[in-house]
Design a protein around this ligand. Structure first.
Ligand code: SF4
Ligand code: SF4
Length: 384
């Protein structure tokens, strides 16, 4: 957040956060800045939300830009839209910061095309746990409204992973809505965002120092909660016996993988027939160990997933929401992700320009082999 102190514009916020943002997109759609806007909208049964690509301003009036829950990570929705290319339309998408981070990771993996997409984000109050919301949507909506109104960034009504999220503001987005006291600021955060904000001919820029200081303080508080959480998670996952015990009640439904924006393989090995040995092979394994638990490979599924995607885990919490037996999957994955990302000096979704460690290697990472490669390269270039 170092270079944005004087970059924001104050926008008229007299209608409150939700209405201001909804009207902002309504104006953008009507003025044809975008051909469509992607926002969450309550489903007809009024107990969940869906992502809608909206072209009709009348429909946009019913959208809820800041939904209390996050049933699907927006990166998955956007992936579905741009999977076969960018299309002919310019669209604006409003997401939570963790959804922006997931989108950035997917863009690096060629799963999302951002060419004609403008990413908007906002200071995120967190999302309520799905099961809490479904149990009483009306009452939980008022709980969330109050959190939003009070700008209560440390509420313990939101998902545990959100309570400890120290990345809840200004991700690598194009335009960010910042909330501070009764003010809403619009912050361009990329060339694309700057061009868009210039086209709006907004009032003079404002100083964002107070807002930035506030965010820094809250991030520090949340980082402490995260540290505390990780101490508990460490004891749950370090060592094979602990890991086995933690996932002992896993029913092998794979919901955690299906809901994860980063688990993007079209065909997961654990859902193929190759991972389903026949009865004789199963019996052989039972013979070797004295017995075998079914469904097979439940722990292997999690270890495989950790190895596969922990470098890109963005701590969105979707996996925990999807788990029917309340395993704190997101805290566990977040803990593993913090470790692997630190090892590779990488932060998932922080910057579109940072290469994915698995796609780009640094010669020094290879130790002795790296030195041999380097000297071979030198010899080759000197003999050319
Ligand atoms: S592992 Fe869980 S917390 Fe991490 S990105 Fe996937 S769904 Fe989100
Ligand atoms: S969602 Fe829960 S029960 Fe299902 S596979 Fe994942 S950890 Fe196991």
């Amino acid at each position: 957040m170092d270079n944005i102190a004087n970059k924001g514009f104050k926008i008229n916020s007299k209608d409150g956060v939700r209405n201001t943002i909804r009207n902002f997109f309504l104006d953008s759609l009507t003025a044809k800045h975008y051909n469509a806007v992607m926002l969450p909208m309550m489903v007809p049964s009024r107990d969940s939300y869906a992502w809608i690509i909206i072209k009709d301003p009348d429909i946009l009036k019913n959208a809820d830009p800041i939904a209390p829950i996050m049933p699907v990570n927006a990166a998955i929705a956007l992936k579905r839209y741009t999977r076969k290319g960018k299309g002919k339309s310019k669209i604006a998408v409003l997401m939570r910061p963790c959804e922006i981070r997931a989108t950035i990771e997917l863009a690096k993996l060629n799963q999302v095309n951002l060419e004609d997409v403008t990413l908007f984000s906002y200071d995120c109050p967190g999302a309520l746990p799905m099961q809490d919301f479904i149990a009483d949507p009306k009452e939980k909506t008022s709980v969330f409204d109050k959190i939003l109104q009070d700008q209560n960034w440390t509420s313990n009504a939101v998902k545990p992973i959100c309570q400890s999220c120290d990345n809840f503001s200004l991700p690598a987005t194009d335009v960010h809505f910042a909330f501070h006291a009764e003010n809403i600021y619009l912050i361009p955060n990329s060339k694309k965002g700057e061009t868009f904000c210039e086209s709006l001919k907004l009032d003079p820029k404002v100083n964002l120092t107070d807002w930035m200081n506030n965010i820094t303080q809250i991030n520090a508080k949340k980082a402490k909660i995260r540290e505390k959480d990780f101490t508990v998670v460490k004891s749950m996952v370090e060592g094979f016996d602990n890991l086995q015990e933690t996932f002992a009640n896993c029913i092998g439904c794979h919901n955690c993988g299906s809901s994860c924006p980063i688990c993007y393989c079209r065909q997961c090995y654990f859902d193929t027939s190759v991972s389903e040995p026949n009865s004789d092979v199963i019996m052989m394994r039972a013979q070797d160990r004295g017995g075998i638990s079914l469904p097979l490979d439940r722990l292997m599924f999690h270890i495989g997933r950790m190895a596969h995607m922990s470098l890109s885990c963005v701590s969105c919490g979707l996996c925990s929401d999807a788990c029917p037996v309340d395993i704190p999957v997101s805290k566990i994955f977040s803990y593993m992700a913090a470790k692997t990302q630190k090892t590779f000096e990488y932060k998932a979704g922080a910057n579109i320009g940072d290469a994915l460690p698995m796609k780009e290697y640094k010669i020094d990472e290879l130790g002795e082999l790296g030195k041999l490669v380097k000297s071979a390269e030198v010899q080759e270039s000197s003999s050319e």
